[in-house]
Design a binder for this molecule. Sequence first.
Ligand SMILES: NC(=O)c1ccc[n+]([C@@H]2O[C@H](COP(=O)([O-])OP(=O)(O)OC[C@H]3O[C@@H](n4cnc5c(N)ncnc54)[C@H](O)[C@@H]3O)[C@@H](O)[C@H]2O)c1
Length: 337
Amino acid sequence: MANVSVLGCGGWGIALAILMNNNGHNVTLWSALDSEVEMLLKNRINEKSLPGIVVPEEIKVTEDIKEAVTDKEVIVMAVASAYVRSTANKLKGLVNEGQIIIDVAKGIEDGTLYTMTEVIKDELPMVNAVVLSGPSHAEEVGKGLPTTCVVGAKDRETAVKVQNIFMSDCFRVYTNPDVKGIELGGSLKNVIALAAGIADGLGYGDNTKAALITRGIHEIARLGVAMGCNIATFTGLTGIGDLIVTCASMHSRNRRAGILIGKGASLDEAVKEVQMVVEGVYSAKAALALGEKYNVSLPIIEKVNQVLFDNMSAKEAVIELMLRDKIDEITNQEWGE
Ligand SMILES: NC(=O)c1ccc[n+]([C@@H]2O[C@H](COP(=O)([O-])OP(=O)(O)OC[C@H]3O[C@@H](n4cnc5c(N)ncnc54)[C@H](O)[C@@H]3O)[C@@H](O)[C@H]2O)c1
């Protein structure tokens, strides 16, 4: 059995800690937030992020990062994406060559346009940074409902090691070497989920939702392929799978923020009401910048940016999407006579 550490005691960190504990591993949970550590030590529940799910006594909870990460086979990075860099920075001098760090945070860093494993490698070049992603709401994993995910690593040996740590009768894990494709799908789906929420808030129906999901994955895949990723990754669990769950579920804070915006709330009002980090808001800007960098057209992501940051009304954004230049659904196909 492995000694493992989870950095971040939000909903996802806790759900994964419980999963690994149930698999027989020795788990330590760490948080930078004193309030979170106190709450867990006192009640064994994070009422804000994962209400009703009890953290078993065998899981150690600490605010001492050195204690948390020393002599651990794997470290799971489960803080919100905006804190991945600062948390990785705290690990300097505490981790050795080849340390496996499993990123589960979903985002693209503003400015550098790095994915989260790239941010980790930027701070800690000696580590082996991998990703675990897929359609997996913490609320359901915490209850042991059947869920599937994918571990992305550069080498098969690492991927299989991580697969073995998480795999259980309610959590099936696949492997995939396309780390960047997995990370792009996981972060950009949050932007499309904002659009899906906006459409729900405007009162649009299932046709609109299906269109956003289908054209949304098309957009993400186009960018991913231009960035050297495997197109098949975007048809898998971390691509279309995660996009479907995020656009359809009320567990998605991005979709919930979108619904509020669609009903007329400002971005600030929506984020305040959701009371959690809405990562799609940050990823929206970064996605647009990636589109410009790789010369890929991202019409839905562009409209989400205009609604969020340029005061475009949600209704006008949809009309502009509907009436933009007429194109083929799938490019470069042969036509008959
Ligand atoms: N919740 C899910 O269902 C789920 C599923 C898959 C992936 N994820 C991803 O996992 C990551 C964490 O999600 P979550 O739902 O647990 O988020 P959350 O908002 O519940 O928790 C985020 C955690 O980040 C940490 N944090 C907050 N401020 C910090 C700071 N200043 N410095 C260091 N750490 C800080 C805290 O431990 C906090 O609990 C996100 O990137 C999310 O996209 C979440």
